[in-house]
Write a protein that binds this ligand. Structure first.
Ligand SMILES: [Zn+2]
Ligand SMILES: [Zn+2]
Length: 130
C-alpha cells in the first residue's frame, strides 16, 4: 500500500520539524538572556569567514562583529566596495568575505580587489566556474 510509505515519510518530516522548532526555541531562549543590546547574532554558528587581502589570514566574523567593525568606518570605505572590514591585525580596511574551496578547504577571497570573483589558489576552483 503506497500510502503507508507516504505516511511514514510524513511522520519523519513532522518529527524533523518538531526537532527544528525545539532547537530554535532553545536557541532563542538562550539568546534572550541578558543580551538585548545587540540584536545581531554573535554566535560561532553565525560567523562567516573573512580573509585579509593584505596578509592572507582568515578570521571569523559574526554579524555583531561586522556591525562593530564597520560602524566607525566612513561611508566611502565600505558599501559597494570589495574590501569591507578592517583587518584585526593592522586595522586597515583590507578584509573581504572569504570563500572556502569544497575540494581542499582552502580559503580565498570571494571577490578580488579588482571586483572579479576569486578562485582557489590550490586547485583553481571558483564558484562561478571561471
Ligand atoms: Zn591583515
Ligand atoms: Zn581548491
Amino acid at each position: 500500500m503506497p500510502s503507508t510509505e507516504q505516511n511514514k515519510t510524513a511522520v519523519i518530516i513532522k518529527l524533523g520539524l518538531v526537532a527544528l522548532a525545539f532547537a530554535g526555541a532553545v536557541f532563542f531562549t538562550m539568546r534572550g538572556r541578558g543580551d538585548d543590546e545587540a540584536r545581531q547574532l554573535d554566535t560561532p554558528e553565525s560567523a562567516r569567514p573573512y580573509i585579509c587581502l593584505d596578509d592572507g589570514h582568515v578570521f571569523q566574523v559574526t554579524p555583531a562583529d561586522f556591525k562593530r567593525l564597520t560602524e566607525k568606518l566612513p561611508p566611502d570605505d565600505h558599501g559597494g566596495n570589495v574590501l569591507v572590514i578592517p583587518c584585526p591585525t593592522t586595522g586597515q580596511v583590507t578584509a573581504t568575505p572569504a570563500e572556502q574551496c569544497p575540494n581542499d578547504q582552502t580559503y580565498f577571497p570571494l571577490r578580488q580587489k579588482n571586483g572579479k570573483f576569486g578562485k582557489c589558489p590550490k586547485c583553481g576552483w571558483s564558484r562561478h566556474g571561471h
